[in-house]
Design a protein around this ligand. Structure first.
Ligand SMILES: C[S@@+](CC[C@H](N)C(=O)[O-])C[C@H]1O[C@@H](n2cnc3c(N)ncnc32)[C@H](O)[C@@H]1O
Length: 258
């Protein structure tokens, strides 16, 4: 039974997205943060919309057939495998999360198309070698893999450690593989965002860290950032900036391993 006395990120995120898999404590903390920082719901929705666009691009134009989605979150609409397999039914997807509630609901993620595969690994993102070993049962690491880390590196407090995690993963995948990530920042938001994060760190788990554009750029060292680069995830479109979308305080970017 997952702990119900402390708000957990996966469940609060689900609450902000309009899902139904959360406890009273998640709703209380979630509502309090909405009161402090009303655009948090837009951030969550923009992040999921980014996931849809980036996976559609990867499975379509980029021709990728393997996805390693770390920090999956609770199942909602348009999960990675549904988007990827709607474009390329043979896509193989491995989900990774360490939240006990996500583990309970993982069955809902394992509804693959007959031609493809989906798998779920209960693991900590800070153990990338263990993730790679377990994912090798489903993914062929001689073929390109899209590593997807949306809203998760912000739960690795130390930037050097977060960079090490990303490097270990990207070193294990061949040329043509991609890294997609989103990450909260204070550079695109206001002081309310900072206070809301402080409240989160006192009242919920795991603790969150915002990063600057320069810090986020470190995750892409040695990779080729695809246009439009590191932008508000609401404004990210493959190949161009969407000027009409509202900025949210969450960076989004996609890069390719040369
Ligand atoms: C903000 S949610 C993002 C969910 C999804 N990627 C999205 O963008 O909608 C972050 C997810 O990362 C998971 N997570 C946080 N720290 C983690 C860690 N160290 N290892 C594995 N998963 C982690 C949480 O349980 C949660 O499900």
């Amino acid at each position: 039974m997952p702990p119900t006395d402390v708000a957990h990120n996966a469940r609060v995120w689900n609450y902000w997205l309009g899902g139904k898999d959360y406890y009273a404590v998640d709703q209380q903390v979630g509502d309090h943060i909405v009161g402090m920082y009303p655009s948090i719901r837009e951030v969550a929705r923009a992040d999921r919309a980014f996931l849809g666009r980036v996976v559609r691009y990867l499975a379509g134009e980029a021709g990728i057939r393997q996805f390693l989605d770390i920090g999956t979150g609770l199942p909602t609409v348009d999960n990675t495998h549904q988007v990827a397999q709607s474009v390329a039914p043979s896509s193989r997807i491995v989900y990774v999360d360490h939240d006990p509630t996500v583990l309970i609901h993982a069955r809902a993620l394992l509804t693959s198309s007959p031609e493809g595969v989906t798998d779920y690994i209960d693991a900590d993102a800070q153990q990338p070698r263990a993730i790679l070993d377990a994912a090798a049962d489903t993914l062929d690491f001689h073929q390109p893999v899209a590593v997807i880390m949306l809203g998760i590196l912000n739960f690795v407090a130390d930037t050097d450690e977060a960079v090490r995690v990303v490097r270990t993963l990207m070193d294990a995948v061949p040329s043509g593989s991609c890294l997609a990530l989103t990450h909260p920042t204070l550079e695109l938001g206001g002081s309310a965002n900072e206070e809301a994060m402080r409240f989160w760190n006192r009242n919920a788990t795991p603790p969150i860290t915002a990063r600057t554009r320069a810090e986020v750029a470190r995750f892409f060292h040695g990779l080729e950032l695809l246009p439009p680069g590191i932008v508000s995830c609401a404004r990210w479109r493959p190949g161009r900036v969407a000027e009409d979308e509202k900025t949210v305080a969450q960076f989004g970017a996609l890069a390719r391993k040369p």
